[in-house]
Structures are given as C-alpha cells and as structure tokens.
Design a protein around this ligand. Sequence first.
Ligand code: PEP
Ligand code: MG
Length: 539
Amino acid sequence: MELVGKSVFGGVAIGKLAIYQKQDNQVKREKVEDAEKEVKRFYDAKETAKAQLAGLYEKALKEVGEANAMVFEVHQMMLDDLDYVESVENIIRSQGVNAEYAVAATGDNFSEMFAAMDDEYMKARAADIKDISNRVVDVLSGAAQGGINSDEPVILLAEDLAPSETVMLDKSLVLSFVTKLGSTNSHTAILARTMNIPALIGINYPEDVEGHLGIVDGFVGKLIIDPDEETIAKYRKKQEEEAEKARLLQELKGKENVTLDGTKINLYANIGSVSDVVEVLKNDAGGIGLFRSEFLYLESKDYPTEEEQFKAYRTVAENMAGKKVIIRTLDIGADKQVDYFNLKKEDNPAMGYRAIRICLERVDVFKTQLRALWRASYYGKISVMFPMIISVDEVKRIKEIVEEVKQELDDQSIPYGEVEVGIMVETPAAVMLTEELAKEVDFFSIGTNDLTQYTLAIDRQNPALDNFYDSHHPAVLKMIQMTVENGHKGGAWVGICGELGADTTLTETFLRMGVDELSVSPSRVLAVRDAIRKVDLRK
Ligand code: PEP
Ligand code: MG
C-alpha cells in the first residue's frame, strides 16, 4: 500500500511501523463535595507539571538546542496564565466538579478558541494548550507517559506529536516521523530536521499496521506499507547511495569552493533561527548568506524588543566567529502573518502590504530592529539586507533611517561595527534598476523564489501551479545575468540566496555569469561545493 503526503524532510527510512501510544486521557466529570479541595489539587498538580516541564526544558536544551527547548519554557508560562487558571477554578467552584474535568474542559475551550483564529501561528498554539492541559490531567490522575511500544528503531506513526511528547521519546528508537496532521513548521518537522531523519505529514495511515514493515521516502513524501521484496531492495540501494553520498561529501569539509580552473566563489548558508547555526558550522559553510529574521516576530506574542533581537543577532554573529552573517530585515505579510501587527486581510497578499513596505511605514518597528542589528554588529561581521525592494527611493529612505539610527547610537555612546548594506533583488522592478541600485549598496542578493513568482506571474504558494513553475525559465536566468552584470558595473558584489542557488544543475551557469556568492540551506552546502569543484570554466 502506498500513501502520499507531504515531506518535511528528505531521506529514506526502512523499518517496522509503530503507532505512538497516547496515554489514556479519558476524563470523567464527577461531582465533588469539597470544591476547595479540588482547587488545591489543581494548584498542586500545576506545580508538579511545571517542575516536569522544567526538567524537559533541560533535557531538550542538551538534545536539540535552545530554540527548540524554548517551547517548554513557554508551556510553564502558559500554566500560570491568569485566564487559564481562573477558568479552571471557576469550573470547579461553579459546577462543583473534579479538577481533572475542569482542566480538560478549560483545555478544550481554550484550544478551540485558538484553533478558530486566522493567524497560523496562533492556530498552532491550540496544540500547546491541549498539551499542557493533558499534562496536568495526567498528574492529577497519576497516568503514565505514552511512547513507543518497541525496543528496536521504528518508523513512528502518530496523529500529531506535541513537543512534550517528542521530547519524551527515546530518539534512538525513531527512524522517521509520519503524522496525519502537522505542518511544515510544526515542532515535529523542526525536530526531524534537527535529527536529520525523514519526516512526512498529511499521511492518513490505517490503524491496523502496528509492527508491519514500512518505507518512508522523504524525497517524494511517500509511505509504503508492506512493500514487496523488489521495492525493499530498491530502497535499500537508495539508502546506501545516500549514505555513500553523505560520506563522500564529508570529505569536502575544509576544502575550498574553487573550480578546476581556480575560480573561487563564496558558499554560505541560509538560516531561520539562532539554533540553525549548529548546522551551518557542521556543514562547513563560509558564512550565513540569509538569516530570515522574521522568526523572531513569528515566535513572539508581541513585538520583539530591541534587547531580545540584539541577543539573537549577537549570538549568531559570535558563534560564526568573524565569518560573514547577512541578516535580512523583517519580511512579514503574505504567507507570514503576525497577529499583533494587525494587518488587514488582502485579496492578493503576495503582492500586498509586506516586508519593507511595512517597515517604511512603521518606522518605529523598523528602527528597533536596525538598532539591534547595528548594536550586534560590534560583536561579529554583520551585513544587513532589505527585502522586496522596487525603487531607488526606497533604498535612499532606508539609508536615511539607518543614518538616524547610527546617530542615535553615537549620541548614546553605544558601539557598532562596519556594516555592509545590501538589498534582495527579488522583484522584476529591482532587476530593471540594478544599474542605479548598485550605486547605492554594497551588494545584491538575488531572491529567486520571489523573483520567479513575480516574473512568471505564478503564485509560489499555489500547488495547482506547480507544473507551470519553471525555475529554469530563461526570463529568470536572464534577470540573474543582468543583475550580476549591472551589480559589478556599479561596484556591488552579487549573490543568490533563493532555492535556485542550491540547484547543482545550474552551478556552472552561475559561475559563468560571475555570481560571487551562493547561499543555500545548510544541508546542501557540501553538495554545492562538490558541484563547484567539478566545473572547469576553461572548457
Ligand atoms: C526569495 O524570495 O528567494 C528568498 C530567499 O526569500 P523568501 O524565500 O524568504 O521569500
Ligand atoms: Mg523573498
């Protein structure tokens, strides 16, 4: 049987299937004589749950890093949320019922409320509320934690996995995660990427497959149940090939990104959070070519403060120890919605109120980020770039604001470093103005993901258009060529940070165009290095 879903991380896993054993959370509603006793039971259980979460935080911190561990800190705070606590108390007192029921009912109500919100981030919090409520119910009822019913490594199937569930898992027993629900940005997906194992979402597996053999093809998003001998052999071979490829690529660590004729190019990595730096270093990237700073805003319930941002940027700069770190300023709007910005719903959000357009109108928000960036630049080699540019005037205005920020820092005797300033070239308008824009900035970074969607008029989020989305379209390649030529004429260096940069069938083309830098996801760095080292520009 073959089931197709969506892959959130590539690779092949072959092994027995195991369905995640949820603890039994059947909660009964019972009348009680002494409501105050139940309230006290709730408070005691809440403290025990918080202590458990503190333990989980420490465990996760060691295993998967701070960014992934943070959720357990957030859960501890959620348990102290006044509305939540008051709701539980009210149900116990007004209905005269047991604490288990009051907690479960509160968890259901609150999670329904979150699930109904428009914002994807808030929607995802519904699972967190359920998770903390289940934990308290477990403490109250003394239930055991769920887990994997196997002592050999398995492909783990689950409806969905809450962060507290994944962290409790014995990771050495997991070959792959396969869930019915979940999203590309779910905690399970993040964990799979960190663990470097394939993971699928949206797989509606049958319930009677415990112990059956399965194959996860993370390259195409497929789960095969009870494969025949031929299929198993085919995938074993694929697994061996992947392992061999990975082993060979490891040998490229420490080597230069140089072609056979001696042409060198910078090869950097793209990241989306502070903890991704580990992967950047592990894969031997020469720097960070795109740090998507929006995660700071997406993970936050309110505008992240200057101090919070400064800490994040400084940590990345320090960990990269003098290597270049290019941080892109806020790029929200379109598919990345942040509730507290109160953005209006738009009919055509990809062409809407987003990125630099918001920053140039919300100068307060923009300046907070710029202050944090320039302050952090004192601790490493930070460059800053701006998304979605369409005009020279925008860049001039940005530079004025940057000067104001620097003046403020000077007035306050706050030190900052030399910061290279660049723009993303990801609109056809920017491409057509590259000659003029090159005089204003130090570098261009071509965002091929957006440049392709705007050039071809194809919504990159719409799966129905996948067949039309030709990433090798000559119009896009010509635009890249033009950007490189005009950039160089005006004295700006030019890189590519969109997904196309990692396409090794184009590496030679980019080198011939004179591209100065490629920035790719950390796991692609060594593959691209391999491609670069095979190119001979003399031929
Ligand atoms: C791009 O558009 O190519 C890009 C790198 O930015 P993002 O994918 O974050 O829009
Ligand atoms: Mg973009």
